[in-house]
Design a binder for this molecule. Structure first.
Ligand code: NAP
Length: 277
């Protein structure tokens, strides 16, 4: 499994599992558990969840998936902006830990910027870290100017990751956010690497997929993983698809593939507003 090195030197899997919309409604829980557990067994041991997903039910599903194998997993969750006050962040984290049936989160992110001062959220993150309840913290949906602020507030290299939308159809971060993160040693977590499913069935990808004997989805995920320092977190509720996506971890796109992808999905011609779900 390909890895990404955090600023601390710790290596984490570059390919993980998303969980948005899992554990909710009348979804087939057994199938979803099989999907997550197949991913873990295949080395996709970074799991991304959030208190927002299904109002905590995704975290509860993740707890079931990792039962008995917590130590294999790099567990990521997120605090909602409206909860990200100094006290609210600590409370939200404790509730996530309870739902996830674990004593510690590996990475805790601010889901997106809200009205609470960032300094309060970071103070809470530092408090949680000192208490051993989180190991790393970071942000999500932060553009370059937001990260400039983060760097003024947080201790050097304390912001471990920035989770943002990145896929073939939304390549805006390549212009300036990705270079900024590299320079600041902030890992980029690419969310919606399949364009929320649209890239799983894309004609522009079919030929490259055929050449590598994988699915279009694997090509889309491999595209995000080609950049150093990028972690990709495709979501699937189906074991078969999780395993298709897992193929991306070992796939190397050559210059010819990348030129072809640039033709179908052009890189950003200028600074674009950060794409947000
Ligand atoms: P995604 O991973 O790009 O796409 C998920 C969709 O693709 C689902 O509909 C899934 O359907 C389908 N899919 C998965 N594998 C496939 C395959 N091999 N072939 C065809 N279709 C396939 O979208 P996402 O869920 O938005 O993003 C991934 C994760 O990033 C989320 O789950 C979440 O953890 C995180 N995220 C974070 C933020 C944020 O603001 N920080 C925002 C969005 C997402 P099935 O499940 O039915 O297979």
């Amino acid at each position: 499994m390909k890895h990404v090195e955090l600023a601390s030197g710790e290596k984490v899997p570059a390919l993980g599992l998303g969980t948005w919309k899992m554990g909710v409604g009348d979804s087939d829980e057994a199938a979803q558990l099989r999907a997550l557990q197949a991913g873990i067994a295949r080395g996709m041991t970074l799991i991304d969840t959030a208190e927002m997903y299904g109002d905590g039910r995704s975290e509860e599903l993740v707890a079931k998936a990792i039962a008995g194998q917590r130590n294999k997993v790099f567990l990521v969750s997120k605090v909602l902006p409206q909860n990200s006050s100094r006290k609210g962040t600590v409370k939200a984290c404790e509730a996530s830990l309870k739902r996830l049936k674990t004593g510690v989160l590996d990475l805790y992110l601010l889901h997106w910027r809200g009205s609470h001062p960032l300094s309060d959220t970071f103070a809470a993150f530092e408090e949680l870290r000192a208490a051993g309840k989180i190991r790393y913290y970071g942000v999500s949906n932060f553009d370059v100017d937001d990260l400039d602020e983060v760097e003024k507030l947080a201790p050097k290299a304390a912001c471990a990751a920035n989770q943002v939308m990145y896929n073939l159809s939304d390549r805006g971060i390549e212009w300036d956010l990705y270079p900024k993160c590299r320079k600041s040693k902030i890992a980029v977590m690419a969310y919606s690497p399949l364009g929320q499913g649209g890239l799983g069935n894309n004609r522009g990808l079919e030929q490259i997929a055929k050449k590598h004997q994988v699915t279009s989805a694997a090509i889309a995920v491999a595209f995000t993983l080609r950049l150093p320092g990028v972690i990709s977190i495709p979501k699937s509720s189906h074991e078969k698809r999780v395993l298709e996506n897992a193929a991306a971890a070992d796939l190397v796109l050559d210059d010819d593939d990348l030129a072809r992808l640039d033709k179908f999905f052009p890189p950003p011609p200028r600074k674009l507003p950060l794409a947000i779900t």
